[in-house]
Design a protein around this ligand. Structure first.
Ligand code: ADP
Length: 486
């Protein structure tokens, strides 16, 4: 009860975390872009004022220099100079004055003197110092709205020591700077709002495939194997989709296999059990007193019990080997002797049912492997050969040493109808059984070759089958040879 509850809690928390991840993506996108936009906006906000100011200074200085060269030009007449200065005043938005050492304005004649003329003259003198031809200076004057940037130069004007003053009102500048700064802030705010929505769309788009997958997985968990993981928006998700589809197919296969196994096993269990019951009843009711008949009937019971044991053993070892529970117990052993031991188990077939088992085995070969498991490989391969061999009931077994590569080659050949190309790909699969009806009731469960494969793969031994339809099959295993002297 408690663990069920606990699991539900974990699930809820996971869901909460997933939906948070979605929102988190959105929040982080928005925060990151808002931070970048704000930094850019603030930097341009503060840089704008400074940049405009230094540009204005440069412009006023340039104008000052130009006017200075006109005013100080001895070749120009007073009227010409005045005309040029007037042009500058009108076209460049600056005020221009030339005044003498007493502070009397000598040029231009049409411009009214500003109210604080006395202070202006004083500042111009202070900043440019004692008169000296060509000496220049710059200074700011006044506060806030009445602030001006001033260019002053000492100039010889018609033989008099005068000073040229070019003034530019900074209020013009701050007006446009403030306007620009406002634009920057408005654009930044608009960009942040825009990224807020775009981030929402992006976060949604990025997490959509995950939501799709989660929905598909829920359906799959409900047992619907027809679902398909189709998200391919970006490569990681496409990979995940492929992996999940693969997992789904494997789950389906495994589910089908389990069902098939259950059907096979129950069918295979039923026949011997029915036989055992029937023969036991016969012993009790008919043959109990006739030793010959009784023995025959009891033998059937014994055979059928062996068959049951074999079946159960197969199922157990397949599940053990495939789930990796069984460990390899490798050692050096005489594989020739061991193979003979396995072949002897088939004596009852040769003696009572006309089978021919032809053996071509090199003496005293030694290998390094798990003796019992390799014995099981031999047993499964030989019993398949016996089960599927042709009318002549012949099976050929060979175990040969190959000096070339110092390996031992095991092969078992039958004369049956072989295995089709199509079937070859599946015979090593768990629970695979040929759909054909077999000539002889076969004890198998479709696990034999899967056990062989699992054992040989865990040893890293090469193995395989060559088969030609109509002529039979040869199963082979390649084992390492070791020096037998221990
Ligand atoms: P089973 O218990 O059905 O024999 P196996 O795993 O041993 O299961 O074999 C799987 C299938 O491979 C068999 O059902 C049969 O169709 C095919 N097969 C195995 N050995 C041979 C063989 N020697 N000749 C023909 N077909 C074979």
């Amino acid at each position: 009860m408690k663990s069920e509850k606990g699991r539900a809690g974990v699930k809820e928390r996971e869901v909460a975390r997933i939906s948070k991840a979605n929102v988190m993506l959105w929040r982080n996108f928005t925060l990151l872009s808002a931070a970048i936009i704000l930094v850019l906006a603030l930097v341009s906000y503060f840089l704008l004022g400074g940049a405009f100011y230094s540009q204005t200074k440069k412009r006023v200085n340039d104008i000052g220099e130009e006017i200075y060269s006109v005013v100080s030009d001895g070749a120009l007449g007073a009227a010409e100079k005045e005309q040029t200065v007037n042009d500058y005043i009108v076209s460049r938005g600056v005020s221009v004055f030339v005044f003498d050492e007493e502070g009397n304005a000598v040029l231009p004649h049409f411009l009214a003197l500003p109210e604080s003329w006395g202070e202006i003259v004083r500042s111009a003198r202070e900043n440019s110092g004692d008169w000296q031809e060509g000496k220049r200076a710059q200074f700011n004057l006044g506060e806030e709205a009445s602030a001006t940037y001033n260019f002053v130069a000492c100039v010889d004007y018609g033989g008099r020591e005068c000073r040229l003053l070019v003034r530019y009102p900074l209020s013009h500048l701050s007006g446009s700077v403030h306007r620009m700064q406002l634009y920057v802030l408005v654009i930044a705010a608009a960009a942040i709002i825009f990224t807020f929505f775009v981030s929402y769309l992006m976060a949604n788009k990025l997490s959509q495939p995950l939501r799709d997958m989660s929905n598909t997985a829920k359906k799959l968990a409900g047992g619907d194997y027809s679902v398909e993981f189709t998200s391919t928006q970006y490569s990681e998700i496409a990979d995940l989709s492929t992996a999940l589809n693969y997992m789904k197919d494997e789950m389906k296969k495994s589910g089908d296999f389990q069902k098939e196994l259950l059907a096979n096993v129950s069918h295979d269990l039923k026949t011997p059990l029915t036989m055992i019951k029937a023969y036991a009843s016969m012993v009790r009711e008919i043959s109990g007193d006739d030793p010959e008949k009784r023995n025959k009937h009891l033998q059937v019971i014994i055979d059928e019990s062996d068959r049951l044991t074999g079946l159960v053993d197969d199922v157990l070892s397949a599940s053990k080997i495939n789930s990796g529970l069984s460990q390899l117990n490798k050692k050096v052993f005489n594989i020739t002797e061991y193979l003979y031991g396995v072949i002897n188990k088939f004596d009852y077939l040769t003696e009572t049912q006309g089978y021919n088992i032809m053996v071509d085995v090199d003496p005293n070969l030694y290998t390094f492997a798990d003796e019992e498991k390799i014995g099981q490989v031999f047993y499964n391969l030989i019993s398949n050969a016996v089960n599927y061999t042709g009318e002549d009931k012949s099976v050929y077994i060979s175990l040969k040493y190959s000096a070339e590569d110092n390996r031992i080659k095991f092969a078992v050949r039958d004369t049956g109808k072989g295995i089709s190309e199509e079937e070859l790909a599946h015979i090593w699969d768990r629970y695979y059984r040929s759909k054909d009806t077999h000539t002889r009731p076969i004890k198998g469960t479709g696990l034999g070759l899967n056990i062989v494969k699992a054992i040989l793969q865990s040893h890293s031994f090469e193995f395989g089958v060559k088969s030609e339809e109509g002529y039979g099959s040869t199963f082979y295993v390649d084992l390492p040879a070791v020096d037998g002297v221990r």
